[in-house]
Design a protein around this ligand. Structure first.
Ligand code: FPP
Length: 255
């Protein structure tokens, strides 16, 4: 093993989370689903704090998917209200803690007040660099790829892009996540085992960890357990077993 390799596998730089199970958590308490989403915001607060404390640099969470519009109108409204409440209540603390907030997803179709809220959260935290919190809101991985494909096609049509120059790096730069590293680890709670249209391109080589806990019960110990599971995995990025990390991702060796 090259000397520059860390003795223990590193903490994932970027963790993405599918916060699943709010509805079941509420129903098991005979409460409305929105009650579960409210408890989910508390779990999100705990997770941001724990992730930053554990030296994770980026956390991306799935707050509202393009498919969630199919839910009853009252539940959709409750999720939008929670987004409003989260930014209103937490923005000052996030700023004080050096957190940069990004919101990814489709902006078209969102109400003017939500757009203003998103813009305010991103603008007021733009110079922070200690920790990156990204909220996927009105987000779908396929829709994101469609938007990227359209923008590249428009550039080609305008004559500013030679289609022969389209490669993985250019596509990555055309996505909402253009200034984020790919997630090293994707966690999904509630026992479901699927990606549900989350970060489809970006998670190509992510380790996936599925936990049986419902999202409102998620906390630091679950995050630590998921990181420990990640550290037991052998990330090969398509290379053969036995090749060292240094051979596979040489740029990481000097970090
Ligand atoms: C999945 O649980 C969760 C969601 C659809 C939304 C996640 C949202 C939050 C944690 C709160 C909102 C926070 C922000 C900042 C927007 P589910 O309802 O699908 O649960 P179920 O599978 O048990 O029904």
């Amino acid at each position: 093993m090259p000397a520059s390799l860390p003795a223990a596998p590193p903490v994932p730089r970027h963790i993405a989370v599918i916060m699943d199970g709010n509805g079941r958590w509420a129903q098991s308490r005979n409460r409305p689903r929105a009650f579960g989403h409210r408890a989910g915001v508390e779990a999100l607060r705990r997770t941001v704090e724990a992730a930053a404390d554990l030296d994770v640099r980026f956390l991306t969470v799935f707050g509202f998917s393009t498919e969630n519009w199919r839910r009853p109108a009252a539940e959709v409204e409750a999720l939008f209200d929670l987004m409003r409440l989260y930014v209103d209540r937490d923005l000052d603390r996030l700023i004080a803690d050096g957190v940069r907030v990004r919101i990814i997803g489709e902006r078209a179709g969102l109400s003017a007040d939500i757009l203003a809220l998103i813009e305010r959260a991103e603008r007021r935290t733009a110079s922070n660099s200690k920790f990156g919190l990204t909220i996927a809101f009105n987000y779908g991985g396929q829709a994101e790829l469609v938007r990227a494909a359209r923008s590249l096609a428009e550039a080609a049509l305008a004559g500013t892009l030679d289609p022969a120059n389209i490669d993985t790096a250019l596509i990555a730069r055309s996505l909402d996540t253009r200034d984020l590293p790919d997630p090293d680890l994707v966690i999904r709670t509630s026992g479901e085992q699927r990606m549900s249209n989350f970060l489809l391109w970006q998670a190509a080589y992510s380790e996936l960890v599925f936990l049986d806990v419902l999202w409102p019960d998620f906390g630091r110990t679950h995050l630590e357990a998921a990181i420990a599971e990640y550290q037991r995995r052998d990330r090969r990025f398509g290379a053969a077993e036995g090749q060292t990390r240094h051979e596979i991702v040489p740029e990481e060796a000097s970090e």
